[in-house]
Design a protein around this ligand. Structure first.
Ligand code: GLN
Ligand code: ZN
Length: 754
């Protein structure tokens, strides 16, 4: 039986791509050097796949920044403002990805949004008036030819026309419909070009098919693909879906002349049922996504092989693959030198998943129960894992309604807090982290390598905190932060201080562009062992008369940015973490920290993609978990939360139900659309929509910020408006951070005077 994968990680086993791109941005390597590293990485990936026995490998799953951005370029959908910069092709690409400020001009980046229910972010393509769409397929075919040279059987991949149209934004005043025909034509050109080059299979990813689809959506999809497939000639088309099932459009998918359908049997709740009930067309190949592309656990061969057996009864054209691109998992457990064999034996990263796929394919053709590979797997996946704590489970079981409510209503609390904190109107603050400079990183790395003690490490952290607090005083900010120098990552840091977690050295996954995260692994029951942030916040508070904000990460975000267990529910894990954070909140309050921010950057991230499942499967327990963290504080303690990266217009009511006193959120990239939603919902929580984009190094002018604030004041009552950047500053450099904050404070002052 053949095996393939939907896509492979591209950042490099040791994050080589990240480092070389960042060097390129700093002018430390040339374009040629950058491209050489990229090529080496691609060829290593392909060789790995071949060695593991993968039959056909996806190509063009590689990207210098993001696949959606690559597709925009392939369609020639490059907005005029970037063309006008007159930069090289590669620099134009990076200008779209991260904005550009320099001698060629000053433009903002594309908006960035969360990619479905993952922690990956894509660049939102823009469609503008007069854009001339045409095929620019150099990258796709170059990577195809490159793979062939290596003796690989390559299958070029691109995101498809439907998902592109769904995710793109059209310039005001024009309708996306205008672009249906041109986009269809470019995809036709692509298939024609594939024919010319003798491409055997092409993979077109249409994850947007797992979202709720109405009649108009289905019509659009059919219109696009009836057209595209008309010219397919001898190239075979694999229509790949992931992150869920295709319950709304299975009929259409099977009726169209695709040669293969890629379906997700891991997150697709109904995938199996849909196939059993409707059958599967004889002439098509079923690419069955049975190995989880998002989690790091070894899969249970008993379950997987039972599934394969049942699929074999439905079709004899079965190919085993991953549930989604392996982009969302790290490279290989072989890099992990610190974890014990006993822990590591449960894990499977990208390389190991290749092996699992191959093994499953081989076993499925045998009487597998007596095979060693099978028995070896069962021995691990069916064993009891350890790190259990019954007392935590009991506490969770004993929680009741009153544990989730704060006694004094929010409007009363807000009054008490303003008095106590003595804040001006339009208070300024930041989201928590300050630039993680070379020195900050060096300190951490020396500690990690054991070159300095924990005391020496903390001494340095305290020195950074001192500078940071002084800087903020100088800048004139109102609610200060300690800068988060003790943490490299808002989730890993807490995980490291909790019981029940396991840490990896190299489980990096791409979050956006060159930014990677290393999610910790929830291995057993989670609990706090001792206070985590209190000493840092307490020290910072001692340096100033202004309010110091304590800084924590919320339970839903910690859960969503960890690799979760598969043996207990998400609700159970979220409540365990919430109990741990609650202890920390109460300890901060006892240390006289009267503003405490509990970040829920990823609250919306795991919101089920289908509306019908929002509350029952997720929001009900997610909101309770957040409230559990802060329901025990005094009314005058001000609870902040922060969210970023995603649209949350549609869960405004639920955000209000978190019962925080203040929320700061990302707004500058999503163009402030959310403000209308706040107004319509009569949002109660005080709000700080980010006044500038921290994902880009460009410095916003005072006028620009004043203008943003004025727009906000149309929708948010003045006594509820906060002034802040749209996210933490840790990825920025010091010069632009100080310049930006200076302008931000100046803008707040102008408004106050008015
Ligand atoms: N407090 C965190 C920081 O400032 C929040 C980060 C985030 O929202 N992603 O870094
Ligand atoms: Zn943020």
């Amino acid at each position: 039986m053949n095996t393939t994968i939907v896509g492979y990680p591209r950042i490099g086993k040791m994050r080589e791509l990240k480092f070389v791109i960042e060097k390129y941005w700093r002018g430390e390597v040339t374009e040629a050097e950058l491209k050489e590293t990229a090529k080496t990485l691609r060829s290593e990936n392909l060789k790995k796949q071949k060695q593991a026995g993968i039959t056909v490998s996806p190509v063009n799953d590689f990207s210098y920044y993001d696949g959606m951005l690559d597709l925009a370029v392939m369609l020639n959908a490059v907005p005029e403002r970037y063309r006008k910069l007159n930069l090289s092709e590669l620099d134009t690409y990076f200008a779209m990805a991260r904005g550009y400020q320099g001698e060629h001009g000053d433009v903002k980046a594309f908006a960035m949004k969360k990619w479905f229910n993952t922690n990956y972010h894509y660049m939102v393509p823009e469609l503008e008036e007069g854009m001339e769409l045409k095929l620019q397929s150099e990258k796709l075919f170059a990577e195809y030819e490159e793979a062939k040279q290596l003796g690989i059987c390559p299958r070029p991949v691109t995101i498809g026309a439907y998902t592109f149209l769904k995710m793109a934004v059209a310039q005001e005043g024009i309708s996306k419909i205008t672009y249906v025909a041109p986009i269809k034509e470019v995809f036709q050109e692509l298939l024609q070009e594939c024919n010319k080059r003798g491409v055997e299979w092409i993979q077109i990813d249409e994850p947007a098919l797992v979202l709720d689809m109405d009649e108009a959506d289905k019509k659009l999809f059919c219109e696009l693909y009836e057209g595209i497939l008309e010219v397919k000639g001898s190239v075979k088309v694999l229509l790949q879906t992931y992150f869920g099932d295709v319950r709304d459009c299975y009929q259409e998918l099977t009726a169209l002349s695709f040669d293969g359908l890629g379906l997700d049997f891991v997150e697709g709740k109904y995938t199996e049922k849909i196939i059993q009930e409707n059958g599967f067309p004889k002439e098509k190949y079923l690419y069955a996504g049975i190995v989880n592309g998002k989690n790091i656990w070894k899969c249970d061969y008993e379950k997987k092989l039972a599934l394969v057996d049942s699929l074999k009864k439905v079709t004899d054209k079965l190919i085993l693959t991953t549930s989604c691109s392996l982009l969302h998992v790290p490279y290989t457990t072989k890099s992990e030198k610190k974890l014990s064999v006993d822990t590591l034996k449960y894990f499977s990263y990208a390389e190991e998943k290749l092996e699992e796929l191959h093994e499953l394919a081989e076993l499925s053709e045998k009487d597998y129960v007596n095979e060693t590979a099978y028995k070896r797997n069962i021995e691990v996946t069916h064993s009891e894992r350890g790190m259990k704590d019954n007392s935590i489970c009991k506490q969770v079981a004993a929680l009741s309604k009153k544990d989730f409510v704060r006694n004094v209503p929010r409007t009363e609390r807000q009054k008490l807090q303003r008095e106590k904190l003595g804040l001006p109107i339009f208070p300024t603050t930041t989201i928590g982290s300050f630039p993680q400079t070379k020195e900050v990183k060096a300190n951490r790395s020396r500690y990690r390598k054991g070159e300095i003690t924990k005391e020496q490490y903390d001494e340095q952290v305290f020195a950074f905190i001192k500078d940071c607090v002084e800087k903020q005083e100088e800048l004139g900010l109102d609610v200060l932060v300690h800068g988060e120098y003790e943490r490299n990552d808002m989730v890993e840091f807490f995980g490291e201080n909790f019981g029940g977690y396991v840490f990896t050295e190299y489980a990096w996954v791409q979050s956006y562009g060159t930014r990677c995260v290393k999610p910790p692994v929830i291995f057993g029951d989670v609990k706090r062992i001792e206070p985590i942030t209190v000493k840092y916040s307490k020290y910072a508070a001692s340096l100033t008369k202004k309010p110091m904000k304590g800084m924590l990460t919320g339970p839903v975000t910690i859960l969503n940015w960890s690799f979760p267990r598969e043996d207990v529910s998400n609700r159970e894990m979220a409540f365990q973490i919430a109990l741990a954070i609650r202890q920390e909140v109460l300890d901060l309050e006892a240390a006289r920290i009267s503003v405490i921010q509990i970040d829920e950057a990823a609250l919306r991230e795991k919101l089920p993609l289908r509306k019908a499942e929002w509350h029952s499967d997720y929001l009900d327990w997610a909101l309770e978990a957040f409230r559990l963290c802060h329901s025990g504080v005094k009314p005058e303690t001000q609870i902040h939360t922060h969210m970023c990266y995603s649209e949350f217009e549609d869960i405004i009511k639920e955000i209000d139900e978190m019962d925080a006193d203040v929320i700061t959120f990302e707004a500058s990239r999503s163009k402030l659309e959310i403000l209308d939603a706040l107004k319509d919902a009569e949002f109660e929580t005080e709000a700080g929509p980010g006044v500038y984009d921290i994902h880009s190094p460009r410095v916003p002018s005072v006028e620009e910020i004043v203008e943003a604030l004025r727009r906000m004041l149309d929708k948010i009552p003045e006594e509820k408006l906060w002034v802040n950047p749209d996210c933490g500053l840790k990825t920025r450099g010091i010069p632009e951070t100080e310049a930006s904050l200076k302008n931000m404070v100046a803008a707040a002052k102008i408004l106050r005077e008015e």
